[in-house]
Design a protein around this ligand. Structure first.
Ligand code: NAD
Ligand SMILES: O=C(O)C(=O)C[C@@H](O)[C@H](O)[C@H](O)COP(=O)(O)O
Length: 543
């Protein structure tokens, strides 16, 4: 029985000379995993080469040794990278074991080499007993016999054409370390979080799409250039749309300009949108996709922490009005989300820190593990500068992103259109959006939400839901992350009027999300104005 806890992380299969051993070894080095090659294991155990085993005991004896080696390693090589001899999958026992391994979640990697290249490599090699007596002809005969088996078993296929072994290993390492959060609901999709996931754009856009509108902002030019190159390599006609940065990009004027450009370029319902950038860019891109011809496919490529953990997922698309935030938009879900950790390398510290606001929010409303991780890592997270090691990004940050997206996914999967449960994700936003408006969008969203959560905690205390310790904990954790916990702008009258524009309001009644304890969100409808005023005073600070 193959157990996921003890099985290899990946098994590499393919034709002789494809480069399986080198790919396996280099990938293992990149992800700091052990590496084994079954041919080498057999030679070590037998004390002679594969060729000598063939010569002295025959192929059948070798296949028996090989099958035993493969079955043993599939059961007991935890987290390793394993490369198999070319003929191993052709044995019924190994084929069935690899199917079991796949079902247990294992990655079967088919390293595909072009026949011309394979034949030429075979002609140069003299240590492969099965290629003796006409290497090229024998290689082609084996290829014809084996390729359908390789294709049937593969969960990942890598082509060695026009690339290097090092680049292939990097791609496989990226594929093996990415995290996937599934969002169910009427139009399910996956959020993929990992280094290099932008490379999956073609998988999500498909072959029916001809034109792609790439909507992005200038500060992420380096990443949109990369996405554009990938899209063009995949054969798409890319219409490049650089929009004004941050909140300035979430206006109807910007939407109008994009709609007109799509019309000029002849975008049809089978074409698509890719939104790449922070949450403001993905909100606008989603809104364009939701409204162009009443809805076309779109993929979000979030490049800020906040966009990765929140804005890119859940299908809330939209733009701002002069009167307030996100007042126009649509619930419209993406075909997928690709959160490429490599884009964080250029993210300014203040933008990373504001993203921690939405991470903390997810901890407050549901996942105490997030709060503990933030507490433990506050200093290093607050000091983020994009120069951290791949290992730190690929563990600390990737873990936090995955956990926060999971919190969002659990809400939006069951309540896409925010009829109740999803409103818990709005914790801190009733005041938060008012602050953004009064501060003319000069405050970052995450910073405004941070103050909004302290306000909500004070309101919960005042109305008897939350104790002082939990309120103090809000301030302590948020400020330790570099997030704001007080605000002296505006006045209560302004704020009260703006809160009545919040989308949770019903008629003349305000509705808030508060906590009955950490991880226990609840609705507070129509609280006394006196309580609101007291909570408002509590987030002011004597200058
Ligand atoms: N739709 C939703 O569910 C949802 C959820 C949360 C927030 N939002 C919206 O998202 C917006 C906030 O998102 P945000 O915090 O990403 O702000 P943002 O989109 O304004 O981006 C912040 C700044 O960082 C820059 N930037 C982003 N990624 C970068 C990178 N990799 N390298 C260099 N610069 C980069 C942007 O160009 C911008 O200047 C708000 O408009 C908010 O309303 C939407
Ligand atoms: O996805 C949701 O639902 C949220 O409330 C997530 C919030 O973090 C996010 O800022 C959202 O854009 C706010 O939605 P809004 O409906 O208040 O504009």
């Amino acid at each position: 029985m193959i157990e996921s806890s003890s099985m290899p992380k990946a098994v590499v299969i393919g034709m002789p000379g494809a480069g399986k051993t080198r790919l396996g070894r280099e990938t293992a080095a990149l992800i700091k995993a052990p590496f084994r090659d079954t041919d080498q294991c057999i030679e070590e155990e037998a004390g002679r080469s594969v060729s000598e085993i063939f010569d002295t005991q025959g192929e059948q004896a070798f296949r028996g040794m090989e099958t035993r080696a493969v079955l043993d390693l599939l059961k007991d090589f935890s987290g390793g990278i394993l490369s198999l001899g070319g003929g191993a999958p052709m044995s019924t026992e190994v084929f069935q074991a690899l199917q079991d391994y796949r079902r247990a979640g294992g990655a079967v990697v088919y390293l595909q080499v072009d026949p011309e290249e394979g034949v030429s490599r075979a002609a140069r090699s003299d240590h492969r007993p099965l290629l003796r007596g006409g290497a090229s002809e024998r290689w082609m005969a084996l290829y014809r016999e084996r390729r359908s088996v390789y294709q049937e078993l593969a969960t990942i296929t890598l082509k060695s054409r026009n690339t290097t072994p090092r680049a292939l290993a990097r791609r496989l390492a990226d594929a093996l370390t990415e995290r996937v959060v599934h969002v169910s609901g009427p139009d399910p999709y996956d959020v993929r979080i990992g280094a290099g996931v932008t490379g999956r754009l073609h998988e999500l856009l498909g072959d029916q799409t001809m034109r792609v509108a790439l909507i992005h902002t200038q500060p992420v030019q380096r990443h949109s250039d990369h996405a554009r190159a990938l899209l063009r390599q995949a054969g798409y006609q890319v219409v490049d749309l650089t929009i004004p940065d941050a909140e300035a990009g979430k206006t109807i004027q910007v939407s109008q300009g994009i709609w007109e450009r799509l019309a000029t370029e002849g975008f049809t319902r089978s074409d698509a949108v890719v939104g790449l950038g922070g949450g403001a860019a993905t909100d606008q891109a989603g809104f364009i996709a939701a409204t162009w011809m009443r809805g076309i496919r779109y993929v979000n490529c979030p490049t800020s922490l906040l966009a990765m953990v929140d804005a890119s997922t859940g299908g809330k698309t939209g733009i701002n009005l002069e009167q307030g935030k996100n007042l126009v938009g649509s619930f419209y879900t993406p075909a997928g989300v690709l959160a490429d950790l490599r884009t964080l390398r250029t993210l300014p510290n203040e933008i990373f820190v504001e993203g921690l606001g939405e991470v903390a929010k997810s901890g407050f409303i549901m996942d105490g593990g997030i709060l503990r991780e933030l507490e433990e890592r506050a200093e290093s997270l607050r000091a983020f500068d994009g120069q951290e090691s791949d290992q730190w990004l690929g563990t600390v940050v990737q873990d936090l992103i995955e956990r926060t997206v999971e919190v969002k996914a659990r809400h939006v999967s069951v309540d896409l259109k925010e009829s109740g449960l999803r409103e818990f994700l709005n914790y801190g936003h009733t005041l938060g959006h008012a602050i953004e408006k009064i501060e003319h969008f000069t405050w970052r969203h995450g910073q405004a939400v941070s103050v909004g959560m302290v306000f909500a905690a004070e309101l919960a205390r005042i109305t008897g839901h939350l104790d002082q310790e939990a309120v103090d904990y809000h301030r302590k954790l948020l400020s330790s992350l570099g997030l704001r916990t007080w605000w002296n702008g505006g006045d209560f009258g302004q704020v009260l009027a703006l809160m009545h524009r919040d989308k949770k309001a019903r008629g003349n009644k305000l509705r808030f999300i508060i906590l009955d304890g950490l991880g226990k969100p609840t609705h507070l409808d129509d609280p006394p104005v006196s309580a609101l005023k007291e909570a408002f005073q509590a987030i002011r600070k004597e200058e």
